[in-house]
Each structure stands twice: as structure tokens, then as C-alpha cells.
Design a protein around this ligand. Structure first.
Ligand code: HEM
Length: 341
């Protein structure tokens, strides 16, 4: 039997798609825009390979009549893969579109996850194709390289036809004082908070733990910062935020940086809902704890009384309804790669 190089190339490309998709999705820094360029190029290479494989797939489906689990998983994988590709391409070329309240880019990600599960089962059933002696066939990998190159050329040629988006793939909405969406990561949806009873605690590895009222925070909230909130749901908005620089709050609490036992290494910012994200001490110094946006106090949906403004990070890091800041002596990496709530 000839080495099924198209299948192996498809598998490798899909794994690269997952990796570049995830890394591009969590990245908010323009200098790493190439992650999603790679994702686009990989997607076009996949389209070319599927075109190639199309007649083989059609032949197999027509020839064998018995529906085994391997066959079902194969058909479902191909279907989900086509759907993922179509939704991704529609998002890129057809502007910001939504279905059942979800952006097409979010839907293509939700479909990519079960796709990988079906594909894993399919590959396990067909594991003989990964036989090492055959897989090192040089021509097979030359062809994979050619498919990748063709994908890159197609991406480069078609990039002028794409909609106007940020490097993250997000479309602009309501910048500089307009309305922009109220969204939260999974289902964070607290009742409105009363400014009279709200407190902000700042504790952990600090010399002077703090508990601040809304009034006290407002008195300190004098710094303005123009920053882009870029939601992984596919939109971004540039706004002027006003609030207290986190570095001022940390200095007021007497944070001690360094490697000594009991010194600060990371800052955990927690919402009243329990949602939290952890940051390195150095990056936290660049953030703002905002009380206002576009000259007005934040509304409930945008995190009243206070939300984090974390320029250069994706929207899910901008914790809303903040009630606690905790300085800890643990690595900033100590958190799930994506929030679980
Ligand atoms: C493994 C299967 C996947 C396939 C086949 C796929 C396919 C695509 C396609 C065709 C596009 C449009 C690219 C372009 O025209 O430039 C796209 C965009 C995108 N994908 Fe995926 N994707 C996959 C998985 C993922 C995953 C797992 C994530 C994130 C966790 C992701 C995140 C993104 C983002 C953020 C964009 C928008 C980029 C832009 O508009 O420039 N993808 N994807």
C-alpha cells in the first residue's frame, strides 16, 4: 500500500491549526500578529489538501457500504472540518456575522474542539498510517511543505479581500465614547453592586493591607489611559478609561518585590463572582483599576464599580466587578490557560 501522505499532512496541519489558533486567540500583542497569519496560511493549505483528498473520500464512501464506528468518526470529522473552515473564512471575508448570539469566529472555535476528539478517534483507529518507517518518507514531507507554501501564497494573494480587522481578527465597535458590548467569559452575571457597601481589599504579601470604599477609590481615580479592549468573541473598542493605576495601589500597600521568602511575585485580581486572573508583578504595574469610561462611571455591564484595564491583553483578562487584589509569592503562570468560569 502507498504511504497515505495526504492524511498525515492533514493531521499535522490540523494540529498546527489548533496550536496557532489557540496562541493567536490568547495573544493581544501586535508583534505576535504572525501567529494568526500562520493560522490563515494553514487554513488555506488545508483547503487545498481537502480538495486533493476530496475524490479519494468520495470514492471510499461510495465503495464501502457498512457503517463502522471508524467510518462514522471519519465522516463526522470531515463534516466538522468543513464547517470550521467555512465559518472561519466567512468571518474573515464576510464581515462580523453572528449566529444564535455567537460570532462566527467563536462558533468555528467551538466546532474545532469536538472535531479534534472525533479526529483523535479516527487517527487511533487508523494508527498504522503513523508507522515510523514509512512516515519518514522524504517525499511525503516535501509534499506537506509544498501544501504549506501554496497555502501561504493563497493567503498572501487573498489578504486584500479580507474585512478590516485588528490583527486578532476582531472588528471595531463603538470606539471613543460609542456603545460597546457587555460580555463576560462564560456566564459571569452578578446582581448590580451597591457603591455604599462595596469594598476593595488589597492584601497578601503586603506590609499595609488595605480595604477601600468606593468613595476612597474615586478620590484616587485621576489617571486617564486610552486602551483597546479586544474581546475573544470577535470585537474591539478603543476607549478612554479613568481610574487608579495599579502601581499606586500596590505602592500604597507596601508591596515588596524580589525572590526572598514572603516577597511578591504575582498579583491575583478577583471579581465579586469569584472569577479571577493572575498577572506578573511587572505587568500588573502597567494596569489601571478603572472607575470610568468615556467620561462616565462604568455601567453595571462594564464592571461597576471597578474593572481592570489591561492593555495588550485580551478582554477576558480585564476582570470586571473587582472586589479583591491579592499579592502572592507564587509564579504568575499558576493559573489555567483559560478561565474556567
Ligand atoms: C483545528 C481547526 C481549525 C481550523 C480548520 C480553523 C480555520 C480557520 C479559518 C479558515 C480562519 C480564517 C483565516 C483567514 O482567512 O485568515 C480562522 C480564523 C481564526 N481562527 Fe481558526 N481554525 C481552527 C481552530 C481554531 C482554534 C482552536 C482557535 C482558537 C482557540 C482558532 C482561532 C481563530 C481566530 C482567532 C481566527 C481569526 C483570525 C482572523 O480573522 O484573522 N481557530 N480559522
Amino acid at each position: 500500500m502507498r504511504f497515505p501522505w495526504v492524511n498525515v499532512a492533514l493531521l499535522i496541519l490540523l494540529l498546527l491549526q489548533l496550536a496557532s489558533g489557540y496562541l493567536g486567540f490568547v495573544n493581544g500583542e501586535e508583534r505576535q500578529a504572525w501567529l494568526l497569519w500562520l493560522h490563515g496560511m494553514g487554513a488555506y493549505a488545508l483547503v487545498l489538501l481537502l480538495w486533493w483528498k476530496g475524490s479519494v473520500v468520495w470514492h471510499v464512501l461510495r465503495r464501502r457500504k457498512r457503517w463502522t464506528w471508524a467510518r462514522v468518526s471519519f465522516v463526522v470529522s470531515i463534516f466538522l472540518l468543513l464547517l470550521t473552515l467555512v465559518l472561519g473564512l466567512l468571518w474573515t471575508f464576510d464581515g462580523p456575522r453572528y449566529l444564535f448570539g455567537f460570532s462566527l469566529v467563536s462558533l468555528h472555535i467551538y466546532i474545532a474542539v469536538p472535531l479534534i476528539l472525533f479526529l483523535a478517534f479516527h487517527v487511533w483507529r487508523m494508527r498504522w498510517i503513523l508507522d515510523v518507517d514509512q512516515a519518514v518518507d522524504r517525499r511525503a514531507f516535501l509534499r506537506l511543505g509544498l501544501a504549506g507554501l501554496a497555502g501561504a501564497v493563497a493567503w498572501w494573494l487573498l489578504r486584500h479581500l479580507q474585512g478590516r480587522r485588528r490583527f486578532t481578527g476582531s472588528y471595531e465597535i463603538g470606539s471613543m465614547g460609542g456603545r460597546f458590548p457587555h460580555v463576560s467569559w462564560i456566564d459571569d452575571n452578578p446582581a448590580p453592586l451597591s457603591p455604599a457597601s462595596w469594598r476593595l481589599s488589597l492584601d497578601g504579601e503586603v506590609r499595609l493591607p488595605q480595604s477601600l470604599s468606593y468613595e476612597a477609590l474615586l478620590q484616587m481615580a485621576a489617571e486617564e489611559q486610552t486602551a483597546i479592549v479586544d474581546c475573544t468573541g470577535g470585537w474591539y473598542s478603543e476607549q478612554i478609561w479613568r481610574g487608579v493605576p495599579l502601581r499606586n495601589l500596590l505602592a500604597q500597600a507596601g508591596v515588596q518585590a524580589g525572590d526572598a521568602p514572603g516577597s511578591a511575585r504575582s498579583v491575583l485580581v478577583r471579581s465579586v463572582t469569584g472569577y479571577w486572573r493572575r498577572f506578573s508583578l511587572a505587568e500588573a504595574q502597567q494596569f489601571l483599576l478603572a472607575t470610568h469610561v468615556a467620561g462616565a462611571p462604568l455601567d453595571h455591564g462594564h464592571g461597576f464599580p471597578a474593572r481592570l484595564v489591561a492593555p495588550g491583553l485580551r478582554g477576558f483578562e480585564w476582570v470586571k466587578w473587582v472586589t479583591a487584589i491579592r499579592v502572592e509569592n507564587v509564579s504568575p503562570w499558576l493559573q489555567p490557560p483559560l478561565p474556567l468560569q
